[in-house]
Design a protein around this ligand. Structure first.
Ligand code: ADP
Ligand code: MG
Length: 251
């Protein structure tokens, strides 16, 4: 079922039919391990980590190249599955789901923001935002209204008809954030979202994340840049597939 209204300024209020009240934990990894296998070679990229992120938290996952950030991102985003331990997303147990079930969970519960924006160049801003809702079978008129509202929310209400090539990098990333928001996901998962941006656009996108956090959204920001990580309220430091530190960011 899909709501007729979009609650973009607050935590999603979609009814969770038959699942009871909204869970406090957005994310729960318990002894989570990932071993990659190719032929006889095995590599343990995640060594049994425990990580809980509550609804409304803004958390950065920070670490050097090769530390396991993308592995964590793929697990949290239901793009890959654990080889050990458990993953609960929004109260649902995600382990042992097949590809089709994972795709459904992904579509419903995750809003992705990627380093390279991943917008469709031939489509206008609002069409880029509405296209994901087609899979959720939202009627066309409603898709348009919701896409427009999401673009207004990120300050692009006057750029609805522009294609990505007619927008700056920072504006393109804001379109991508609008696309991530529009389905009212459990979490917004951003993988190096400022990696391709200049300093002005970086500041722009990071203040948008600040606003979304203020409005009660759950955000997981993956980065190798300390300056970016320091915008989050909590920093989880990873190294060699383990959590090194997990600290409140007082800044
Ligand atoms: P990060 O994103 O922090 O750079 P990754 O999660 O991509 O780190 O990788 C963590 C470790 O796992 C690295 O040593 C990497 O080489 C290894 N790795 C990642 N993906 C695979 C794979 N598909 N097969 C084998 N090893 C992999
Ligand atoms: Mg990576």
């Amino acid at each position: 079922m899909v709501n007729n209204t979009i609650e973009i300024s607050g935590e999603p209020r979609r009814a969770r039919s038959g699942r009871g009240p909204e869970p406090r934990h957005a994310i729960e990894l318990i002894g989570a391990g990932k071993t990659y296998r190719s032929g006889s070679i095995e590599f343990e990229a995640l060594k049994g980590i425990d990580l809980t992120i509550d609804v409304g938290e803004y958390v950065a996952v920070m670490g050097p190249s090769g530390s396991g950030k993308s592995t964590i991102m793929n697990i949290l985003g239901c793009l890959d599955t654990l080889t050990k331990g458990e993953y609960h997303l929004g109260g649902d147990d995600v382990d042992d789901l097949d590809e089709i079930e994972l795709a459904a969970i992904r579509n419903e519960q995750i809003g992705f923001v990627f380093q390279g924006f991943n917008l469709m160049p031939a489509l206008s801003a609002w069409r880029n935002v509405e296209v994901g809702m087609m899979y959720a079978r939202v009627p066309k008129e409603e898709r348009k209204v919701r896409a427009q509202r999401a673009l207004e929310r990120v300050g692009l209400g006057n750029r609805l008809e522009n294609r990505p090539g007619e927008l700056s990098g920072g504006q393109q990333q804001r379109v991508a954030v609008a696309r991530a928001l529009v389905g009212e996901p459990t979490i917004i998962l951003a993988d190096e979202p400022t990696g391709n941006l200049d300093s002005v656009s970086t500041a722009d996108v990071l203040s948008l994340f600040d606003e979304l956090h203020e409005a009660g959204r759950t955000i997981v920001l993956i980065t190798h840049e300390l300056e970016v990580a320091q915008r989050a309220r909590r920093i989880v430091w990873v190294r060699d597939g383990e959590i090194l530190r997990d600290e409140v960011n007082a800044a």
